[in-house]
Design a protein around this ligand. Sequence first.
Ligand code: KG4
Ligand code: ZN
Length: 339
Amino acid sequence: MRILGIETSCDETGVAVYDADSGLLANRLHSQIALHQAYGGVVPELASRDHVRRLLPLVREALAEACADPASIDGIAYTAGPGLIGALIVGAGFAKSLGYAWGKPAIGIHHLEGHLLAPLLEPRPPQFPFLALIVSGGHTQLVDVAGMGRYRILGESLDDAAGEAFDKTAKLLGLPYPGGAALAALAELGRSGAFAFPRPMLDRAGLEFSFSGLKTAVRVALRGRALTDALRADVARGFEDAVVDTLSEKCRRALRLSGHRRLVVAGGVGANRRLRERLRSVAQESGAEAFFPRPEFCTDNGAMIALAGCMRLAAGADAAVAPAARASWPLGEDATTGG
Ligand code: KG4
Ligand code: ZN
């Protein structure tokens, strides 16, 4: 089975070809960061328009890279949600039209399912079942993954997602959007312990997260102070330490409570070096093994959607009942209900 994957849920246009026997044959990405940077965040209307512009050329490039013609493609997988509704509709309409023209099924994929399956693109993939930590710009969730499509959310953020907290704090430090990776780079120059920011929700039992207070603590710490390079670096380091401590402690608890022996980390914040290091130790101390996608498969990409589509179609998923596009779609909820 060979699947064309299409990702357009936010500000990256991703197109990839995944083959069940040979693995990933092509992976193309166009990032819209430059388009949105002047606005300090993603402008939904501009994102949709740019996806329209980029999709066809990227599909042509991906098919050429894979040395695949449309006849060799068995299905088209697209991100059906959650995400920016206009951006999702562009991808869904494009994928369904391509499916009609090629006479192939088009299947809608849950964006977070794509993320949590991304480590399966690596040479040493995790087996089911596993515990997944999804840390992206829109979500922070601990998920019990019993098998393909069998997801139970164990805990999630009550307010900001971890990536959102990184981006908002980066903005406070004068870094351009999206600031997660830039903040992490700045933190490398800072001193650990110069700022003691709170570790939200660690004093309470359970697997819930909360990051909005942390961002406020950063704002308060910066109030009335000159934003020197040294201060910015120390604050970045203090913030990153607090997020890494919080996420890793909740993972330790979740491993203990669930009894899982495998921890999968996915989503954009999963690219963070310090978080990866710490989670590797936490897994080891808990008698478990940690699995990470390579950094470019942590952030949004078409490869994870092509892989998820391949696994869904191989498991007998019915493309006819796939949702077109859903801005909001809780992981684990039946695709055909709600939204
Ligand atoms: O998964 P993703 O590409 O998009 C969503 O589905 O949301 O995640 C994007 C998020 C952004 O908030 C970005 O700032 C953050 O991931 N991010 C990072 C790093 N690289 C990307 N956060 C911390 N450290 C990084 N190295
Ligand atoms: Zn994502």
